[in-house]
Design a protein around this ligand. Sequence first.
Ligand code: FAD
Ligand code: AMP
Length: 479
Amino acid sequence: MSDNYDVIIIGGGPGGYVAAIRCAQLGLNTACIEKRINKQDEPALGGTCLNVGCIPSKALLDSSWKYHETESALADHGIKIKGADLDLETMLKRKDTIVKNLTGGIAQLFKANKVTWLQGTGQLKSGKQVEFQPLDGDTQTLQAEHVILAAGSVPVDIPVASVDQKVIVDSTGALDFDKVPKRLGVIGAGVIGLELGSVWGRLGSEVVVLEAVDDFLPAVDKQIAKDAQKQFTKQGLDIRLGARVTGSEVKKDQVVVNFTDKGGEQEETFDRLIVAVGRRPYTEGLLSQDAGVSLDERNYIYVDSQCRTDVPGVYAIGDLVRGPALAHKAIEEGVMVAEVIMGESTQVNYDAVPGVIYTHPEVAWVGKTEEEVKDSGDAYKTGAVPFAANGRAMAAGETGGMVKFVADEKTDRILGMHVVGPQASELIQQGVIAMEFGATVEDLQLMVFGHPSLSETVHEAALATDFKAIHVAQRRRKK
Ligand code: FAD
Ligand code: AMP
């Protein structure tokens, strides 16, 4: 094995493996160090996202939705099914097969692109040296022209609810309960808490979500968050805002959780508890004392807008650095850094990174919320149109939610698009494309949208910003 590489990447998640493939495409002699061992005790690429994040959670969200629909949402369509049986073992196995196929696919892509996968742990030292500890074998010192740190993130632990992966679990444990918990507690009403709470709620758990903050989804446009909260509550998710967990005790196969809310000290007993209070950058063991890379005030690796650390030739991407902890953001940073190394002119447009919550209905957004624009003091206009006015949504029985645009009053430029409703994760890409091209709402107003389609609500919302929506009655704001 060679000790010298053009590029060494530490971490083989969506940031790292994409960076590795792009570097190799560009002709660089590339190695990617990844230490992960999967559930089958095999070395695995793909990081959090493919192994214990985006993909397995979406597999369970899709399966659990099909079960819920079959059980209770098809009667309206005139389809009556009695006694649908849940085979949880098969559902979980299906998820594992999807993960295995995808992560195996990355290994194939590495081979095809001649990326060297070094199975083990990497640590950055000074002078762009990397200490590599193989899964078995002796430590080696490798030298690179460029190093990309892509070690990702891990769940935040809170001392008031220590994860044992049996009764109290983190997001990884919550992908593999061996039976549907009768009562399930979730700490944290963030993206992960809501998605995993939804999975088990659809499969029959009584779900209580405890959230310390008083606002629901504070980073999401208020009008959208309010609508989503209403729909989730109607579905049976018991979301308690302003409920801060202060302690917990596992008693036999249950957990007693203490929390405070407006009414004072409270207690709830659950069969399982998911701790979903956020993720933190995974820097343990990644940097030797003399590595020279600085961290920012929140312990993320400090980088500039093109992911350069303050050591020349060393870059950091993905969940290790500022910005949203999202796989697609990590991916685009991986591509950008490979191209920066080659001296190409490239960038990530951080103003147009979409966010999605894969609940039902889905919630998705890109750009600024109405509250952010209002706070900036700039003149703005909004247009919001409900799916209830859309023929395709009615046909599908998916009339909850809306599409909303926020646009600059003077320039007509789209500043943000927000969706709560069916296929929000797909619809939001229209806003991403529009914003990437610097579109105005008028650009969208003038486009022809296929009929009938959910996308027509995107069109109507763009029209609504100028009081031109056809299928909803609008009253012009007084100036
Ligand atoms: P990671 O995917 O965390 O990969 C880093 C890899 O580096 C890991 O495999 C780790 O083993 C390895 N590593 C760390 N240190 C070392 C070392 N010293 N030596 C060798 N290897 C090392 N994002 C979305 O965009 N959409 C979603 O739907 C979504 N759903 C999610 C659901 C869940 C339950 C979770 C937990 C996360 C979800 N995310 C989602 C977030 C997404 O998984 C992360 O943003 C993404 O994985 C970050 O990619 P990354 O490459 O920065 O790091
Ligand atoms: P996110 O970072 O989006 O995954 O969301 C995590 C959520 O967990 C945040 O909204 C936090 O307010 C919430 N949270 C953190 N600690 C606690 C706690 N002790 N009790 C209840 N909620 C918490």
